[in-house]
Design a protein around this ligand. Structure first.
Ligand SMILES: Nc1ncnc2c1ncn2[C@H]1C[C@H](O)[C@@H](COP(=O)(O)OP(=O)(O)OP(=O)(O)O)O1
Ligand SMILES: Nc1ncnc2c1ncn2[C@H]1C[C@H](O)[C@@H](COP(=O)(O)O)O1
Ligand SMILES: [Mg+2]
Length: 214
């Protein structure tokens, strides 16, 4: 119930008690967008927002905003991300929940990009927020991901877009995140999208998957 900082005050003042807002979140349409580094999650999310009007929340973007704000916590997060490792779940889940609560009144649905990245994150999200309606699995080969990351690194300015980190990020993805896909596949929630084609080709497949969502 804490309103001890300006962010939680802003969330609470947006309407309704904490439990009412938690209930709204529970009922919202949530799509997880999962895939390896550089597979094209952000690219597809941007297009989905344009066509379907969902609210896009990227945990990587939320974390980078914290880094940019220059806090001590941001500096610690930056060091972890620059090594290609995952940041502690408690930090990322709280940031994500705050961002979802902030938008819950206006969101037609949520596209959660980059979360969950490990099984414990999936379990915690389901317990504390909601069960997702769909998991979009953006699937590209490691060669394709590497090539896209190397291209993006020329202009992105991201601290983790450097050759030394790519391998670690891919390894983290295969070890920690692929089990998440298996978990949701066994529940019939996964739509696997081949991300090898052009962004337009991939988007067509994404639309087919989203149109099946009622
Ligand atoms: N289908 C595609 N064909 C060619 N290039 C693509 C395609 N989709 C995305 N890209 C480009 C855009 C970027 O420069 C780069 C990575 O895409 P991006 O959407 O940023 O990946 P991502 O969000 O999955 O990566 P990360 O997990 O590192 O944030 O590849
Ligand atoms: N869900 C997450 N859990 C832990 N760490 C995360 C999460 N989302 C992002 N991060 C960290 C680790 C990633 O390598 C960087 C960049 O994320 P990206 O989705 O590639 O922009 O942030
Ligand atoms: Mg991204």
């Amino acid at each position: 119930m804490g309103c001890g900082n300006s962010k939680s005050a802003a969330i609470s003042s947006a309407g309704g008690s904490d439990s009412v807002r938690d209930n709204k979140l529970k009922k919202s349409k949530i799509v997880f967008v999962v895939g390896g580094p550089g597979s094209g999650k952000g690219t597809q999310c941007e297009r989905i927002v344009g066509k379907y009007g969902f609210t896009h929340l990227s945990t990587g973007d939320l974390l980078r905003a914290e880094v940019t704000s220059g806090t001590e916590r941001g500096q610690r997060l930056n060091a972890i991300m620059s090594r290609g490792e995952l940041v502690p779940m408690e930090t990322v889940l709280q940031m994500l929940k705050d961002a979802m609560l902030f938008k819950v009144d206006s969101a037609k649905g949520f596209l959660i990009d980059g979360y969950p990245r490990e099984l414990s994150q999936a379990e915690a999200f389901e317990k504390k927020i909601a069960i997702p309606k769909l998991v979009l699995y953006i699937n590209a080969s490691s060669e394709t991901m590497m090539e896209r990351l190397m291209n993006r690194a020329k202009t992105s300015g991201r601290a983790d877009d450097k050759a030394e980190t790519f391998k670690a990020r891919l390894q983290t993805y295969y070890e920690a995140t692929e089990p998440v896909v298996q978990r949701y596949d066994s529940k019939g929630l996964v739509k696997k999208i081949s991300a090898e084609g052009t962004a337009d080709e991939v988007f067509k497949l994404v639309c087919e998957a989203l149109d099946s969502l009622k």
